[in-house]
Design a binder for this molecule. Structure first.
Ligand code: NAD
Length: 368
């Protein structure tokens, strides 16, 4: 039997609710396969700060270090609540970014997927969505302006100022670009390099490296697109994209827009891979506006579990079964309310019921 240690970090807001549904699915995976997951629950995020004075206490780091993979819910609070925590101790700055840096999880995979059968979830017209949406956003996750030097103060004119540096070197760029090309070769062999090389020198370097790397992947069709144009293109013709690669902040913003064209951020799981450790999380935040109401869509979290099964534990087939189980719940007409559109005919269910239905569907997989 294969045994794995998982560090489980439910986090803030809707994190604990959707994590529960992911673990429900994982229990079914265990029952169907010769595998055991030993779960270590760890405090992480704003709730941890209020409890322990740290968004990532030492015990959490120790558990993450020991884990074979880390599965994270969501962190963060509303703007007003966040202000109760000193700026440098807030969850993203004191826990999330340090985790990315500690495990060097540079390659962030954000699948943007809507099969044709679920075109009605999208706010875009059916003729725009066409045959459905199937994009893989590869976001560089440990460089750029989020990790560059930061400085605030009062300048010579007596004005408050803030300065943040956007820093990349060719090693950081090259390894992400390599991942993007390799991913494209396993998909439809089309890569969009999303950049801002008309303004940013970092984007010129990025694009040079894409062009150099392209020579090693002659069967991949490469397109260069400015990030602002890409934002429009995602809405007008999402079908043109297969793999999109971009630097950290562009990826943060554009992947949320991608969630928008699917119909909800609740459809956005993700995997963050480093050389030795990976962690998995929904792409979205803690959704304080809906937390505790049993309305959050757990697809993003359950999908993150599916990505973990595939990418960390080589359980490709069972990961596919889990994706199909979620699709079968949608196909039966059920969804959480975020995907409900006027005239869509969706039967709205809560977070828990959606998770129950996915677990049941997975459990029945293979029954004749
Ligand atoms: P958000 O992503 O939490 O929510 C944006 C909108 O999407 C909200 O209306 C929310 O209800 C909806 N939404 C998000 N996930 C959903 C789901 N699973 N099902 C249904 N609807 C869903 O963005 P925000 O409100 O700007 O940020 C809230 C907090 O999350 C902030 O503190 C922010 O810093 C943090 N954040 C954390 C992460 C992370 O943990 N990696 C990422 C982004 C934002």
């Amino acid at each position: 039997m294969n045994e794995y240690r998982l560090c489980v970090m439910p986090g803030d807001g809707i994190g604990p609710e959707i994590m529960k549904e992911g673990i429900k699915a994982l229990k079914v995976v265990e029952a169907r396969n010769d595998v055991r997951f030993h779960l270590m629950e760890a405090a992480f995020g704003a709730a941890a700060w209020f409890e322990t004075g740290s968004c990532c206490p030492d015990e959490t780091w120790a558990m993450c270090d020991r884990a074979d993979a880390i599965i994270k819910g969501t962190v963060g609070l509303s703007l007003e609540e966040s202000r109760k925590i000193p700026v440098d101790e807030q969850p993203e700055r004191s826990a999330l970014l340090p985790m990315r840096r500690r495990y060097d999880t540079f390659a962030n995979f954000r699948p943007v997927y809507l099969p044709r059968a679920f075109n009605h979830f999208s706010p875009l017209k059916p003729e725009v969505v066409g045959d459905g949406i199937d994009i893989m956003i590869i976001r560089e996750l440990v460089g750029g302006i989020y990790f560059g030097e930061k400085e605030t103060g009062i300048n010579d004119e007596g004005l408050r100022y803030a300065r943040e540096v956007l820093d990349y070197d060719e090693r950081l760029i090259k390894r992400t670009v390599d991942v993007a090309f390799e991913t494209a070769t396993k998909r439809r062999r089309k890569l969009h390099n999303i950049n801002k090389s008309n303004v940013l020198k970092s984007s010129i370097l990025w694009t040079d490296i894409v062009m150099e790397t392209a020579r090693d992947f002659p069967d991949v069709e490469v397109h260069h697109m400015l990030v602002d144009a890409a934002a429009t293109a995602l809405c007008l013709n999402p079908g043109q994209f297969d793999v999109m690669v971009m630097e950290n902040m562009f990826g943060d913003i554009l992947s949320d827009q991608a969630g928008g064209i699917l119909g909800s951020l609740g459809l956005m799981p993700s995997a963050c891979l480093g050389p030795e450790k990976a962690y998995y999380e929904p792409s979205h935040g803690s959704a304080p506006d809906i937390a505790g109401k049993n309305v959050a869509n757990p697809y993003s979290m359950i999908g993150s579990f599916a990505m973990m099964l595939d990418m960390s534990f080589g359980m490709r087939e069972e990961a596919d079964n889990l994706w199909k189980a979620m699709e079968s719940v949608f196909a039966a007409g059920y969804s959480t309310g975020d995907l409900s559109r006027p005239g869509g005919g969706i039967r709205i269910v809560g977070t828990e019921e959606f998770g129950d239905r996915v677990a049941d569907a997975l459990d029945r997989t293979g029954d004749s």
